[in-house]
Design a protein around this ligand. Sequence first.
Ligand SMILES: [Cu+2]
Length: 137
Amino acid sequence: MRWTDVSLQRIGSAGAIALLFVMLSTVVGCTEDQDKTSGELAISWVMSPNPPIVGANTMTITVTYQGNPITGASVEVATEMPAHGHGSSETPIIAEKGNGTYEATNVVLQMPGTWRIEVDATWKDKTGSAFHVYDIP
Ligand SMILES: [Cu+2]
């Protein structure tokens, strides 16, 4: 049973409709590829294909600090299926492309379901983190 099923039973139909609107607006507002960022470095990315698929995906990642593209950052991509307690079967390959752009290839999502992708970046004494949750059919 997923948490949404439990929630719907507890809050009744009026609450369920309200929750549905919240969930819909979350989906509609989800055009950017990052749900949440933290730290001093700003991180965003675009998936290819978009939306991502079961199999190998590519991420084009942008790292900026106060609006300026950052070269020479250390970038890491972490994939996880929270419900299953495992990550990707493969290790992503990160390549710096210049002007604050980093390409992650071999981002393998080996099964359908809910995946959380997090990107962490470090540059000098600055860090940043961003993640997005994808439902892969
Ligand atoms: Cu899994």
